[in-house]
Write a protein that binds this ligand. Structure first.
Ligand code: GLN
Length: 187
């Protein structure tokens, strides 16, 4: 397992994988990318992450791996990075189009910028406590995208092929079940 470690909440993701007995390495270079079978793109700031991927010559190599079927788990800013269409992004911000999804950056608005809720998640037998921080709002999903959890009627955890994305931060609570689900989805 790799965790993109240019910016943002990558260390917490590594800890969650360690908790479930999965070796997760930080990925900062093309060589590092070549060593992993799957990649987590963490929360942080998607405009900065997009910029750093380009200056570190990682954007195209990651895009190529995704196009060739590498499993990817994008959380919060990582969800924006995986989306096909980004609203309210910076004009120079790029995303991978790993799944057919339109997201709006900071789409939950000012007053609800950060909040926590218990979510019912497909495949889990009890709720998952989800932390949302200036989260992206899913505004349109392609017909083949599988919704794993919703909040107020809006999809917040979805999967399309090898790509899973969450509007929230599953790495910020000690519950490793969504990390386990991602690992199970690629076995
Ligand atoms: N609002 C941030 C962005 O646009 C995402 C916030 C987060 O990852 N917690 O990238």
């Amino acid at each position: 397992m790799g965790v993109l470690a240019l910016q943002g909440a990558f260390a917490a993701h590594q800890q969650r994988f360690a908790d479930i007995g999965v070796d997760a390495r930080p990925v900062r270079t093309i060589d590092g990318l070549a060593e992993v079978d799957a990649l987590v793109i963490p929360g942080g700031e998607s405009t900065t992450m997009s910029h750093l991927m380009r200056t570190n010559a990682l954007f195209e190599p990651i895009a190529d791996r995704i196009a060739n079927g590498m499993a990817v788990f994008g959380t919060c800013a990582g969800m924006i990075m995986c989306a096909s269409d980004v609203l309210d992004g910076r004009p120079d911000q790029r995303s991978f189009g790993a799944l057919d999804l339109t997201v709006r950056r900071n789409g939950y608005g000012r007053q609800l910028a950060s909040f926590e809720v218990d979510l019912d998640v497909k495949g889990l037998d009890s709720p998952f406590h989800a932390v949302f921080i200036r989260a992206p709002l899913a505004e349109r999903l392609g017909p083949d995208v599988d919704v794993l959890a919703e909040h107020d009627g809006v999809p917040v955890l979805v999967r399309h092929g090898a790509c899973t994305v969450a509007s929230f931060h599953p790495e910020l609570t000690p519950d490793g079940r969504l990390h386990q689900q991602f690992v199970d989805s690629i076995r």
